[in-house]
Design a protein. Structure first.
Length: 175
């Protein structure tokens, strides 16, 4: 056991709490919809894409940390819908994206699994070079750097998009 994983776990838990709070008053009917403002569709990331996108990275963290994948295993077809660079599409018939409960449960369970194991990860593991390669490794050269981003910065960035989306649908603040 080390200390760095313990440091990452508490703000990682904040990401989960914020993600849960943002689900207040959300419904399947608009979960995968782009907002309309003055009759014009706004191509923004809706919660279906946000939660699905975040959900696929918990298994990446497990691999980097050397922990069992457990509930973080990626469902078939999710990479094509949610990996970095995919388009967030308006889904009025709820036929493109998985159901709200499937997406939000996978996000919550995956991040809870990673955060539960972070305190057990040795500092040596977190100080290893980031194995991802390319720009991700250039920006975040160690496993700890990458996991810190994936458990804290990345969720907060995308959950902020879901927060803004809430306002365009007339929903109040989540917290």
């Amino acid at each position: 056991m080390g200390n760095l994983g313990k440091v990452l776990a508490a703000p990682g838990q904040f990401s989960i709490n914020y993600g849960q709070a943002l689900l207040k008053d959300l419904e399947q009917d608009n979960f995968a919809r782009h907002p309309l403002i003055d009759g014009k569709r706004i191509a923004t990331n809706h919660p279906a894409w946000v939660y699905g996108h975040l959900a696929i990275y918990s298994s990446t963290m497990c691999g980097m940390l050397g922990i069992d994948v457990g509930p973080t295993a990626r469902p078939d077809g999710w990479d094509e819908l949610f990996k970095n660079g995919t388009e967030c599409r308006d889904d009025p018939a709820n036929t493109i994206y998985p159901a709200m409960n499937a997406l939000t449960s996978h996000f919550m369970n995956g991040y809870k699994h990673v955060i539960a194991h972070l305190p057990e990860v040795s500092d040596d593991v977190l100080l290893k070079p980031n194995p991802a390669g390319g720009r991700f490794t250039e920006m975040l050269p160690t496993v700890g750097n990458a996991v810190a981003f994936l458990v804290i910065g990345h969720p907060q960035m995308h959950l902020g998009q879901a927060s803004t989306w809430r306002r365009t649908f007339g929903l109040g603040p989540a917290m």
